[in-house]
Design a protein around this ligand. Structure first.
Ligand code: B12
Ligand SMILES: [Zn+2]
Length: 270
């Protein structure tokens, strides 16, 4: 379930059961302190739940979700962009995926909602910063799922302050990888896989990287919906043991662990 703080309207974490994407009311450590000390009067804000339910209803009925309305409601509830992504839109995309798999909506209805989310990303504008950056994100060759890496870029920038950019297409061979490393000077490459067969491309990138910068400092990160099939053991992806694989339900914890190693001044491979 998606645990929200119902006092300050922030996403806390995903909790068991992990395949239940509905919102559950919780309390963040800061508000818990406020309630204990009497600074917060204990009134629970139910509006995030209503917001989530309203979008889900529209999406399920195959009605267009108005981007301007989503943005206005997030603003009214003082929900930050990264909380909107992690706590509302991401679980709704996963939930719509479940409803589609169960045969309860059509493929058109499923697509309509992901198109609304893409429009919203356009409205928010480019998340990435210009080079040099600490992390570059791109989809594996053949992967058309781009919403995840765009959300991830915003989370890296806002939640862990790692300078990150997204590129539409990854390198196609060692020469293109070398050009990418020189241009962006990243400490981390993050590649997203939706289907298990996308892992082969990530293994190619790992090999090219080893050829170009043997024992180099650039970390290789992988994640995306393929984790549901392949798990988080690099061996199952055909990747070197030091590759780091992120489970969709534990993105915030994964990013926190990256933070220290990505501090400015850490050595670059290029
Ligand atoms: C929207 C969607 C689409 C859209 C994508 C639009 C777009 N521009 O992104 C469209 C319609 C194009 C699409 C197409 C297809 N899709 Co699709 N799609 C989805 C859906 C419903 C939601 C995906 C999404 O945006 N999720 C929300 C984002 C925010 O979550 P996320 O991607 O997991 O990313 C988060 C984390 O995982 C993590 N993360 C992601 N990448 C990385 C990388 C790194 C380095 C790190 C650290 C972290 C990380 O960070 C993100 C932020 O928290 C999922 C259902 C699901 N359960 O995910 C199916 C799903 C991913 N699709 C699936 C399939 C099969 C397809 C198609 C093959 C369908 C078809 N028959 O045509 C095609 C083509 C796929 C291809 N070649 O890539 C399957 C994949 C099954 C599998 N794992 O094997 C899913 C799981 C649906 C299902 N259950 O069958 N799809
Ligand atoms: Zn709180």
């Amino acid at each position: 379930m998606i645990n929200w703080c119902c006092y300050c309207n922030t996403f806390i974490e995903q909790i068991e059961p992990l395949d239940d994407f509905r919102v559950s009311h919780g309390i963040c450590p800061k508000c818990a302190e406020g309630v204990m000390s009497g600074e917060i009067d204990g009134a629970v804000d139910e509006r995030v739940n209503d917001f989530y339910r309203d979008i889900f209803r529209l999406a399920k009925k195959g009605r267009e979700v108005e981007v301007s309305e989503v943005m206005a409601r997030a603003q009214e509830l003082d929900v930050q962009q990264s909380d909107l992504y992690l706590g509302i839109l991401q679980p709704l995309l996963w939930r719509i995926g479940q409803v589609f798999e169960a045969g309860r909506i059509t493929v058109e209805q499923e697509h309509l909602f992901s198109e609304s989310v893409q429009k919203l990303l356009v409205q928010f504008g480019e998340a990435g910063v210009s080079p040099p950056v600490q992390a570059v994100l791109f989809p594996a060759a053949g992967n058309t799922h781009t919403i995840g890496i765009n959300f991830l870029c915003r989370l890296l920038l806002d939640r862990v302050e790692i300078k990150t950019t997204v590129i539409d297409r990854g390198p196609n061979g060692p020469d293109e990888l070398s050009a990418l490393l020189s241009r962006y000077q990243p400490n981390m490459l993050g590649i997203s896989a939706a289907l298990p067969e996308h892992a082969a491309y990530i293994a190619d990138v790992a090999r090219w990287m080893e050829e170009l910068t043997p024992g180099g400092q650039c970390r290789l990160l992988a994640g995306g919906p393929a984790v549901a099939v392949l798990g988080t053991d690099p061996a199952a992806w055909g990747l070197p043991a030091d590759a780091e694989i992120c489970a969709p339900s534990g993105v915030l914890g994964f990013l926190q662990n990256l933070k220290g190693a990505a501090a400015p001044g850490a050595p670059n491979p290029a």
